[in-house]
Design a protein around this ligand. Sequence first.
Ligand code: AMP
Ligand code: FES
Ligand code: ZN
Length: 300
Amino acid sequence: MKCRRCRQRAVIDLKSHNTAFCADCFFVFVERQVRRAIKEHQMCSRRDRILVCVSGGKDSLALWDLLLRLGYRAEGLYIDLGIEDYSRRSREKVEAFVQGRGLELRVVSLEEEGFPIPELARRNRRAECSVCGTVKRHYFNRVAAEGGYDVVATGHNLDDEAGRLLGNLLHWQWEYLSKQSPVLPGVGEALVKKVEPLCRLTERETAAYALLRGIDYQLEECPMSRGATSLKYKEVLNLLEDWMPGTKAAFYQGFLKNSEIFRRETDQAPLESPSSFRCSQCGQPSLAEICNFCRLTNPT
Ligand code: AMP
Ligand code: FES
Ligand code: ZN
């Protein structure tokens, strides 16, 4: 198998693009996909201060690496979820990435905040993944707003977004469909813009990128995510992809082209004036008097 660009020996074949690349040409391909996503969705500019949320996994560390290579000003945020050895090992990967490169990293420890995820889930009698999502979203925005960042970037990839889309469609979640986008605009200083620059790359591509760049990442999945329905949707899409290469990208890109349909159908109140939509306890943007995060962490 030869590289499509330079005819050297290829190290990866990409059936969905009907091509194959050597390592150097694969890097060019990956950078092009990220540049294209950023441009297409006007995600960020080189003047912006970007907060990259890093879990220690392949996607978010590859994202940080790529943003820096493309000339963006990117600093990191790691949330130590307090999930025993898994969190300790993930933190080690993030710290190793930072050390070798002299980067700026902010760390929030939920143990120190007084509510590690397993305990918070028990206290609220809720599944770990659902409380974890609320807590992470809260800190992504809060750390970015308090630190004066212009943009929050996460490592969500094409598999994540196509899987989420399939789940939302299967259950006709109109409200979620209307909000699903690789870029969510910010509002004032309170709600920081959120972007997903890896939305054109599959999980296999981000893993190959991290591996070929020598990025040491956390291979383990979170122990709480076993059997999660989101993984089932990804599996189904992978079966279709094997059968018909390119299906995943066509499914998601088609949605992005037509997502207006879902916006018109839902009548949601936009968060236009963040000062009047603040949680009375933590001051973060919220449509309710007390936000979901405060309801979880200070149950009355
Ligand atoms: P997940 O929800 O675990 O699929 O993660 C999606 C994205 O959220 C990752 O690519 C990261 O950008 C971010 N993320 C997940 N976990 C953490 C964490 N513990 N600390 C900071 N960012 C995270
Ligand atoms: Fe949040 Fe597993 S429960 S990453
Ligand atoms: Zn709150």
